[in-house]
Design a protein. Sequence first.
Length: 289
Amino acid sequence: MKEITTRQFSILRDHMAVYRFMVEIYERDWRNGVAAPFWEYAVASDWMDKSYLHRCRMWLDGETIVGFCFYEAPATDVYFSLRPGYEDLAPEMVEYGGTHMPQGDGARRLVIFAGQAAVLEAAKAAGYTQCGGYESYVCDLGSPLCYPLPEGFRFTEPGGVDVAKAVECCWKGFDHEAEEGPWNGEFEHGHALMNAPHATPEHHIAVMNEAGDYVCYGGMWWTPENQLAYLEPLCTVPEYRHRGLAAAALSELCRRMKPLGATHMTGGGNPFYKKIGYGPGIPWTYWKK
């Protein structure tokens, strides 16, 4: 007999249990919710607003987490993870998410993956309508990418990524330099991220130019329990784009991760991923009242 209780999330008490829960319920199409690295990458980052974490809620059957309602970035995007066999909790979770999670001047929306049938039906029954969506592509490592690294560039060795260079590459590669000014040399948040409980910086990769500067960088969160090579982040500095560096970096990640047992590697919604050979992946849908 189910004895369902709820509890507000506390990062100091609950993070590891939530991570294990997400690993346990993982499916490749995210039908039960996000992959565990999606959550940990956010809470270990400097870009997620953590001031609302107390609003995240867990549903428990005894001591077992069976549901989790949470946000990432922006804080007004509400996500749901639900253990199979507990679909009857979906209406209560949707009601909570639509009432108690951050609102942000009407910006709140539910993020529901196409395979989350119970959550989708609960959202529709509660009066939500779809307001957008996209597909995040996935690379099947049964048919890995095989793009060569252009001449004049080289990869970092496994375990050889320099944190400061990686942070600088991300600053430039995500166009912060053009929008906010030159990198200020502050890289401590990079150490915090790479020291997250389940981070695997030994699998990160960077492409270096002849001067040794990082011009393309890819983070890798290896999740062996799910045979998942979770890519986050991936960027190329502006003056080195359109040279095939990102495709070569992803190909090298395929070569490194497949022998470890990885069966698939995540990407993103940018058409670039589909263009280089990623296949269909995870349909995201957005819902608002």
